[in-house]
Design a protein around this ligand. Structure first.
Ligand SMILES: [Zn+2]
Length: 308
């Protein structure tokens, strides 16, 4: 599979439906609109003041999200498992509530962990590129090949159905009911029609499952791509994305024009020196808080373990 432009295929709509289901197409369109809206008005470059860590810190003991606590005199902010926060001591005494014993973490520490995870990315650049290639030529390529085979089979069956329909419309003498007392002769072509219809339904179901699977991989691939763009900004090695011609052009152009620029002062000498809400919202899936460290999970499907 040559340098696969995923996006142009979103626009292919034929009898077999788009290569990627509509839901994903619209999702991408939405992202595209949102990005271009951001482009027009620099003041909208911020996602808003929403706290980036909200809902992104996950308890390593019970899987619930952590809740933010600000000390009344505002000298300290920390995060604690919701299951710890919500269960009152009185409930504990009565044995009516289970309290999660995950440690309390300081917000400043978590922010530091996030910066450390981002700073691991440049050293993971090759790994990211391999993962992206594997998605394009491996998973996505395999699914495209399967879809192509299934489409071919469906075509054949539909053609055969058309043929059968044409012969059945002609006055047929072969389906005359047999002699008295015998079973009616089975119409050979109508059983074949039923068989073909069932096969086509089965193929459609297989294709729908593949579309969904492909959409997941395609989404990961997009996430890897924008993460690689960030790495390039961190290392200052902005490279032209290869391709840029033919079918891939729109796709590459889309990324080039909507390139995200890291706010000034966040990255210095290739390192993230300041915690940034936008970067967290853009690239992080969540952060698992464990007893002796954190697992920082990026939307691109890679994770970084940080001790602390
Ligand atoms: Zn918990």
């Amino acid at each position: 599979m040559k340098n696969a432009g995923v996006l142009p295929q979103y626009f292919v709509e034929d009898d077999h439906g788009p290569i990627v289901p509509k839901a994903v197409y619209y999702q991408v369109q939405g992202e595209r609109k949102r990005r271009s809206a951001l482009m027009l008005d620099p003041s909208k470059l911020r996602f808003g003041k929403r706290l980036a860590l909200n809902g992104r810190l996950i308890c390593g003991h019970c899987g619930r999200v952590l809740k933010r606590y600000v000390k009344p005199d505002e000298t300290k902010t920390d995060w604690r498992c919701r299951q710890r926060a919500m269960v009152k001591k009185s409930n504990l005494k009565e044995g009516t509530g289970m309290r999660c014993d995950l440690r309390i973490v300081r917000e400043a520490d978590v922010q530091n962990v996030v910066a450390m995870a981002f700073n691991e990315l440049p050293s993971m650049r090759d790994e990211l590129i391999v993962a992206q290639e594997r998605l394009l030529t491996g998973e996505i390529g395999r699914i495209d090949a399967l879809l192509s085979t299934l489409n071919g089979q469906q075509d054949q069956m539909e053609n055969r159905l058309d043929q059968l329909a044409a012969t059945m419309e002609e006055p047929v003498n072969t389906t005359v009911v047999s002699e008295v007392g015998g079973e009616p002769e089975v119409d050979g072509s109508s059983t074949e029609v039923e068989f073909l219809k069932a096969q086509i339904v089965s193929i459609r179901n297989q294709k729908n499952a593949l579309y969904a699977e492909r959409a997941e991989h395609a989404n990961k691939e997009v996430q890897l791509r924008i993460l690689l763009e960030l790495v390039e900004q961190m290392t200052g090695e902005v490279q032209e994305i290869e391709g840029g011609s033919g079918a891939c052009y729109d796709y590459e152009e889309f990324f080039r024009r909507t390139r995200y620029t890291v706010p000034e002062g966040v990255i210095q000498d290739g390192r993230m020196v300041r915690f940034d809400n936008d970067l967290v919202i853009r690239y992080l899936e969540n952060i698992l808080v464990e007893d002796h460290g954190y697992t920082v999970r990026f939307k691109a499907g890679v994770e970084v373990k940080v001790e602390g």
